[in-house]
Write a protein that binds this ligand. Structure first.
Ligand code: DGJ
Length: 749
């Protein structure tokens, strides 16, 4: 069939019939159809569930049947939604690319496609079909002297990512306002799910109706933010972990940014995201370019599948961490600023004895930093607290067989510090006279100034050269306000963010194997941008397990468990004052990269014995935890949460049942285990570590399982009809392990 062209529908650009390229990318149950009709800018008629094998004619039909009717009292042609939406296509929602020339022109580019490559090969044919792939589209607007390169990749995981580079091909500067990439979502995605939060309560979910207008999540903090949108989803009504359909976007960037969901009055809906630039921040001189961060986009039949695509992508990276994530002891909540060698060595002894593998010395070891008022930015070991340097502690830690890690906050200074006194011009601020309002008594070091960058880099490198340090906890404890280079007044957040990334890379290049933890007042820098340069995030300063049940549950919408720092703290939480059993703290922390943050000298023998058992269990289970698929169970109730991991072959599983509240009825929804092989038989064992959970009132099957080393049931029964739930007091939990029965010949899924 000869492809039928659409009528000459574009208001101005003449059709270029030999420039029609339609591409179908497919991967892991996701299809993306890209339509470049008549040389126009690319649009995406379909992003979502797999469309199956499509012939060239089918692909034409998909593209052509997505063209909407022109509506009354609007442009006379069907509006076309591009990846960079533009008024030239009749789009009246948020534009994708905006900026201007000194004379005010150039604010509404009209881009057309010049060339396309698929996996590096130029596309000459009209239609192409493929599996996963990388499409690069070169676009230009000659009259306005702009060139754009869009890169779109459908990865093996089914995760889609898109970014753009804009180049000024003209002779006058081009002040870029925004490069925001947009993806279409269907009308049935009528509900939004994204995240809010604050210090010590990061990633709190919020659902709302996807109505007409814009749900705009702008971030001017100069860091990802405790309140970041995290993943902005649009889903079918009531979308759950394993039911409904959901589309989500996440911007891989740690500076100012925006995520948005927009529905224009025709009903067309988009999810979009991009860096948020301040006026004058990116002005492109002739031939200069700007590249946007990746916008990652996931589709899932339920939220678990959407999360798995992020997890699989992250796990597929060459530099992804190993599954043997070392049990970590961080001294912060144990000693705070009280750095006493004898006490810290004693803590190391106790940690090593429990099976800890990495010991991290937190804030307070440098300069005049005896509290958070001074010394920040002076990365020289304090002779006052450490008269013999750090060796007496580091040697002790490494002799005990543990790796040593050290805290830094490389982007920050106290005004009361040597560096700030010597170089006030190195601080970010509105002008050379004034400074921004302090936050945690600190200011931001301007890493875009080469001298400042070299200074901090050299101070850190000197320590990495001198001492055996395998791990940096990289903190960042304030938002960036009035973040300009003081001498010029020009906004600096964009360059500052890239400089922080570069510094991380340079330190790692100089010390291969060095790991970096991304921390920012807890979990205010959790994004896929920083994770290109770091190896885990600190989820939150709140280690209260009840709070962590919520925060971990939703942090894992983006990150696999091995990237989430997850500690067992003292019984009474330092941030909420709540008291929890070690059992609840242990099973909560187990589903992450396990650590301890507790003054072990205060722990009783019984607590240490139980802690040892939690550490041993973590070591035994970490391979499963860090290779398995996360399963969060839809239980139709909100007081007993159930989640776990299943091995890829569905041979093993480990689940938690956690009571996060009480309810008005006495019984709870049955326990089901989605994702098991229905044809296999599994041995299900309750796993009790330490003290039996308070209020555990077990049904008959549970009692039998405890007497007989578990019970054996078909996967299909466990998945569908399920088992009566035990009763638990609030803030208590139990673990359940599943093992495929030996000799079971049914095929793994
Ligand atoms: C904030 C971090 O989140 C804490 O874990 C701790 O490192 C403090 N900063 C130290 O100042």
């Amino acid at each position: 069939m000869t492809p039928t062209r659409r009528p000459a529908e574009h208001p101005v650009l003449a059709p270029v019939p030999d420039r029609t390229h339609r591409i179908h990318l497919r991967s892991a149950g996701v299809s993306v159809v890209l339509d470049v009709t008549d040389g126009r800018a690319p649009a995406i008629p379909h992003w979502g569930a797999d469309l199956g094998e499509l012939s060239a004619n089918d692909l034409d039909a998909v593209c052509e049947s997505a063209v909407e009717a022109a509506v009354n009292n609007a442009v006379d042609v069907p509006v076309r939604l591009g990846i960079l939406p533009a008024q030239a296509d009749g789009w009246l929602g948020r534009p994708g690319l905006t900026g201007s020339r000194p004379d005010g022109s150039g604010w509404a580019p009209r881009l057309h496609t010049e060339a396309i490559t698929l996996d590096g090969q130029p596309l000459t044919a009209t239609h192409v079909q493929s599996g996963p792939g990388r499409v690069v589209i070169k676009l230009a607007d000659e009259p306005q002297s702009l060139a754009v390169e869009l890169t779109l990749e459908l990865l093996d995981s089914g995760l889609l990512r898109v970014r753009g580079t804009v180049t000024n091909t003209g002779e006058t500067p081009y002040a870029l306002d925004e490069l925001t990439v947009a993806l279409p979502v269907p009308a049935r995605a009528s509900e939004l799910l994204d995240f809010a939060g604050r210090w010590a309560r990061e990633r709190t979910p919020q659902r709302s109706t996807f109505g007409v207008g814009t749900h705009l999540r702008e971030n001017r903090r100069g860091r990802t933010g405790a309140d970041s949108a995290h993943v902005l989803h649009a889903g079918t009504p009531g979308v759950g972990f394993s039911h409904g359909e959901v589309w989500g976007v996440h911007l891989g960037f740690s500076g100012n940014h925006r995520h948005l969901a927009e529905q224009v009055n025709t009903g067309t809906k988009i999810l979009a995201g991009g860096e948020m630039l301040t006026a004058g921040e990116v002005v492109l001189d002739p031939d200069a370019s700007y590249t946007s961060p990746w916008l990652y986009a996931t589709y899932g039949a339920g939220l678990d599948q959407a999360a798995h695509r992020f997890h699989r992508f992250l796990r597929s990276r060459e530099h992804h961490v190993s599954t043997r994530r070392p049990v970590t002891l961080n001294v912060w909540e144990a000693v705070y600023f009280d750095h006493d060698l004898a006490r810290l060595r004693d803590l190391a002894d106790r940690a090593a004895e429990l099976g800890v593998e990495r010991y991290v010395l937190d804030d307070g070891w440098f300069g005049s930093r005896r509290d958070d008022h001074s010394g920040l930015g002076d990365w020289v070991v304090s002779a006052e607290v450490w008269p013999d340097g750090l060796s007496p502690l580091i040697d002790h830690v490494t002799d005990l067989g543990m790796e040593f890690g050290l805290w830094f906050e490389p982007e920050m200074v106290n005004e009361d510090s040597e560096v700030a006194r010597a170089h006030p011009e190195w601080i970010l601020g509105p002008d050379s006279e004034q400074l921004p309002v302090e936050s945690r008594h600190q200011q931001v070091l301007n890493l875009t100034i080469p001298g400042a960058y070299e200074h901090v880099k050299n101070q850190i490198l000197a320590l990495l050269d001198e001492y055996d340090i395998g791990y940096i906890k990289w903190d960042q404890n304030r938002d960036l306000l009035e973040a300009a280079t003081r001498a010029t007044g020009r906004a600096a957040t964009h360059e500052q963010t890239l400089a922080a990334y570069r510094l991380m890379d340079e330190l790692k290049a100089a010390h291969p194997g060095l790991e970096i933890e991304a921390c920012a007042s807890g979990g205010a820098r959790v994004d896929l941008g920083v994770l290109e340069h770091t190896d885990r995030v600190w989820v939150s300063d709140c280690i209260d397990p009840l709070e962590r049940q919520l925060m971990n549950r939703w942090t894992s919408q983006l990150l696999p468990l091995e990237l989430m720092g997850s500690h067992i703290a003292s019984g009474r939480s330092h941030t909420t004052g709540r008291l929890h059993t070690l059992s609840f703290r242990g099973l909560t922390a187990l589903f992450g990269h396990l650590g301890i943050e507790w003054d072990l000298a205060q722990a009783s023998e019984a607590e240490l014995t139980e802690l040892r058992a939690w550490i041993a269990l973590y070591k035994q289970q970490r391979e499963l935890l860090f290779t398995g698929d996360l399963v969060r169970v839809d239980r139709g109730e909100d007081v007993q949460w159930m989640y776990g991991v299943l091995s890829p072959a569905r041979d093993e599983g480990l689940f938690v049942l956690a009571a996060v509240d009480r309810q008005g009825t006495s019984q709870h929804a049955r326990l089901t285990f989605p994702g098991l092989d229905p044809a296999a038989r599994y041995r299900l064992r309750p796993l009790i570590i330490g003290e039996r959970p308070h209020g555990l009132n077990a049904p008959a099957w549970w009692q039998r399982a405890e007497e007989q080393d578990g019970i054996v049931l078909p996967g299909g029964v466990l998945t569908t009809s399920g088992l009566a739930a035990p009763l638990l007091d609030p803030e208590q939990g139990v673990l359940l392990s599943l093992t495929r029965e030996h000799g079971d010949t049914s095929s793994p899924r």
